[in-house]
Design a protein around this ligand. Structure first.
Ligand SMILES: C[S@@+](CC[C@H](N)C(=O)[O-])C[C@H]1O[C@@H](n2cnc3c(N)ncnc32)[C@H](O)[C@@H]1O
Length: 215
């Protein structure tokens, strides 16, 4: 849902003083060197981007699914929005990031797997997610994989739920034909210009009527 301060969110969002965590930067660099296409960034996102991508999320959104959490920058921001770690399902492919997340968020549900394999088997006690927050590097993924990620994620999202995705690109990182095929629409909710590199956040929701509503 749009907020009155949508316009304000389009203004420059400045990183905060605690933005850079050196051990996390090192973990990222190592992960990126080992698998540049999977990690697709040499440093974790800054707090301004984390605030922007979680801006619409409240405790009413729970449970929440996070895809590609890395070192947990967005995860921490979700806790700052009033969610508990128990409300979160974190899906991360990297083994080292998964271990780190288990140490940092021991009561979250952490799945080490490919986000393209998410489906209704991953619901929490049969409950659909209220939101998906994604740090996945869609720009380095083939369209078939992007399709699988969105088809799977929307099969787990309840009606009115939204998928939040950031990108370093200038346009929505989900190809138009995939949005059309899945009956989805994308809206840019803001930009974090001083993130390194600058990033935009898109909210992706169902058009009406949806062929993915089954409840
Ligand atoms: C650009 S990093 C973003 C990390 C974190 N969200 C941030 O903003 O700092 C991309 C993350 O997605 C993970 N990832 C990439 N492909 C994935 C996949 N298919 N399934 C699950 N995680 C994946 C990477 O391991 C990495 O943690």
């Amino acid at each position: 849902m749009f907020r009155a301060n949508d316009a304000a969110s389009r203004l420059m969002l400045r990183p905060k003083k605690r933005d850079i965590r050196m051990p996390d930067v090192l973990s990222f660099l190592q992960a990126w060197a080992a698998d540049p296409l999977r990690v697709a960034a040499i440093a974790p996102s800054g707090e301004a981007l984390a605030e922007l991508i979680t801006r619409d999320i409240t405790p009413a959104s729970r449970p929440v699914l996070e895809l590609g959490p890395g070192t947990g920058v967005f995860t921490r921001a979700l806790l700052g929005r009033g969610l508990k770690a128990e409300d979160l399902t974190l899906v991360e492919y990297g083994a080292k990031f998964t271990e780190l997340l288990q140490t940092r968020f021991p009561t979250a549900r952490i799945l080490r797997m490919d986000a393209a394999r998410i489906d209704q088997r991953h619901l929490v006690n049969g409950t659909r997610f209220g939101a998906v927050v994604s740090g996945l590097p869609l720009l380095s993924m083939p369209p078939k994989k992007i399709f699988a990620i969105f088809a799977g994620a929307f099969s787990t999202l309840r009606q009115g739920g939204a998928f939040y995705q950031f990108t370093y690109g200038l346009t929505c990182p989900v190809p138009r034909r995939i949005l059309d095929r899945l009956g989805l629409k994308a809206t840019c909710v803001g930009r974090a210009y001083l993130n390194i590199p600058p990033a935009a956040v898109y909210r992706i929701t169902r058009r009406r009527p949806s062929k993915f509503v089954t409840t």
